[in-house]
Design a protein around this ligand. Sequence first.
Ligand code: SRM
Ligand code: SF4
Length: 570
Amino acid sequence: MKQKKEKNNLTKNLFSEAEKIKYNSNYLRGTILKDLKNTITNGFTGDNYSLIRFHGMYQQDDRDIRKERMDQKLEPRHAMMLRCRIPGGIVKPYQWLEIDKFSNENTIYKTIRLTNRQTFQFHGIFKKDLKKVHQMLSKIGLDSFATANDVNRNVICTSDLTVSSIHKFTYKWAKKISRHFLPKTNAYAEIWLDKKKIVIDEKEPILGKTYLPRKFKIAIAIPPNNDVDFHANDIALIAISKNEELLGFNVLVGGGLSIEHKNHNTWPSLAMEFGFVNLSDILKVLEGIVTVQRDWGNRVNRKNAKTRYTLHKFGIKKFIAEVEFRSKTKFKVIKPYIFSNRGDSFGWNQNINKKWNYTLYIENGRLIEDKRKIKSGLFKIALIHDGDFRITANQNIIIYGISEKNKSNIEKIIFEHMKINDISKLQKMSMACVSFPTCPLAMAEAERVLTSFIQKIDKIMEKYNLVEETIIVRITGCPNGCARSLLAEIGLIGKSLDRYDLYIGGNKIGTRIPRLYRENYSLSKIIKVINPMIKRWSLERLSNECFGDFLIRVKIIKNVSNFPSNFWKK
Ligand code: SRM
Ligand code: SF4
């Protein structure tokens, strides 16, 4: 019945182009195999351009050399970005060695880019090497399936291990949830791993033939550290524990940050509290939420297709009632929870279980062999490390579970390769998205200007004796919001070459959305605008008052309310 209705809507042209592509894809196969054999172009053709995203790859070209190639009448230098699936972000040393090797031998840029959803991306893989990368990942027990497009993305989970002994449970849940919502089609194995085609009728029992209306994100946060920015997710699970035992999760729904400049039909939203759910019911409830979004989400207009818009259209009460009906589970009253900080605990830390960890700051998450030599340093550590690596949701990496016998050797490598003393507190808490040169949607620089921008704010902080304080500063190259600028205290969103909209008034713990303050400013003009605000904060702040809270208290900017959102009001 549902399939018939879907087909009718597609033939009547009611649904978006993306829906037709999914419907006609033969469960995500398309003609990708045929394109792989086509050596005339380095790119993918037709629907395959979009379908490869379900397999974790994006076709890109280097925008720094695009014009030069056009002038020479050459095809853009197509190459793929591949995003791995690592729920909870844990990588073993033997896996790291292979990942590092692949990046050096088979990618244009020879980098590994840690992302803010606890995984890594390779940039610049030519089509001819795609099977090689998938087979390498498979050999080390990884894959890139369902890390992009209209499916549940990499499930993230608090990685700050200094505060909680329940991480081992939440990590298991991150993996379990990731597995539960993976597409069931055999397409990935057939295309990339040369597995036999499975001819049985491959219905997708949870996702359906047209998968989800839009990307879908799930995060698990362990209070008191919101190191995953849970409000950026369609579903946020707040871990509730007693006597070191995980009891269940507070379930929040409908977070998301992307907007379009000036389009008031788009807005960011914090996730909203649905209720507490015991562990025994959690998968049923998550399935309820995912399938309501699957069936009620907007398949006509992709700009309004994410869960927050579905919630807005149908109302929270109706949405909750439908989830309860489908899952046969009643939400219980939300259990008390408090978040008091964000970000990673850098340097040496000892876990609850007394093992040692070292959290490394990775500038923009970009592992590249420059003067800091962090990439080769990590490689050397992977050769001797008997614990694992944990990628954080802030683009950093924890060398986890270092044994007493390895501690001094690893410390030596860290200090030889990764001089971190010159990195300010502000910089360690800042974030930028990838943007130029690989992101096709970039309107302004982000990753490549973050450090110099932060150094200017650092000077202001020094001038006003604020070096022990921090402000969460984030830059994205466009309003899609990948660096989560709309959960920052100072958030910049790129518009064009050296032009950004300035948002201020988020808070330290990531539970308030900032508001637009100035439009279309250059970075130097933004520095001039925030200088007097920081000065005032240094003189008038209350004890422990963060920058964003201060701006709201002294009425420099008005609070953004969530539901209904007054985000666009001046
Ligand atoms: Fe993102 C699209 C990079 C986290 C919202 N994002 C992209 C693409 C793939 C551009 C594209 O569609 O062609 C970027 C690839 C650039 C490149 O060259 O690598 C890109 N997003 C990233 C990463 C690598 C940023 C980073 O510096 O870490 C993050 C990868 C996460 C991962 O491992 O899965 C990344 N993206 C985010 C986040 C933050 C988060 O999830 O916590 C957001 C905002 C939260 C949200 O979803 O609301 C985000 N990315 C988007 C959007 C807007 C989606 C929407 O709701 O409209 C797009 C564009 C789209 O999907 O159409 C996008
Ligand atoms: Fe690209 Fe925009 Fe995301 Fe930055 S925010 S990576 S420019 S899509």
